[in-house]
Design a protein around this ligand. Structure first.
Ligand code: C2G
Length: 133
């Protein structure tokens, strides 16, 4: 069973996120999403999510492509996650292209790294701006 892992905040969930998750799942059989916690968002990513971690987690768990949601609490947890969850494919949107290539040498297992194209016309920032949130 091919296990896939991806990371994100997934706040104000939109079809760009769904398309990413759909294509990530298509790369294997089991998709784990490491979801940025509220504290990690505020302390490390300098973004305050509109929905709480619990609500973002519940929404992700309702998506047919997502098999498991785990917390992302710090930038440096990825290598441990790959080993702990026996990951075969690490996936991120291509706004992160190249940023995680080093993971291959940090883990004791073969790891495929895939950057999928972002859905260009949609973003949480755009939604907030247009809704004046
Ligand atoms: N995404 C996308 N198309 C969009 C918006 C987002 O494909 N229009 C993808 C991003 O490339 C990312 C995923 O959806 O792979 C989640 O997006 P964010 O919640 O913005 O994730 P980010 O804040 O980049 O968090 O440690 C890694 C970070 O947690 C990644």
């Amino acid at each position: 069973m091919k296990r896939v892992l991806t990371y994100g905040t997934f706040d104000l969930l939109h079809y760009g996120h769904i398309r990413l998750l759909q294509r990530a799942k298509a790369l294997g059989d089991y998709l784990i999403v490491a979801l940025s916690t509220d504290r990690f968002n505020e302390a490390e990513k300098n973004k305050k999510s509109y929905f709480s971690y619990e609500h973002r987690k519940m929404m992700l768990e309702a998506i047919r492509y997502v098999d498991e949601v785990i917390p992302e609490t710090h930038w440096g947890q990825k290598a441990k996650d790959v080993e702990k969850y026996e990951i075969d494919v690490f996936v991120m949107g291509d706004d992160w292209a190249g940023k995680f290539d080093g993971l291959k040498t940090e883990v004791n297992r073969p790891l495929e790294i895939v950057y999928l194209s972002r859905t260009p016309e949609i973003s949480t920032t755009k939604i907030k701006t247009e809704l004046k949130l």
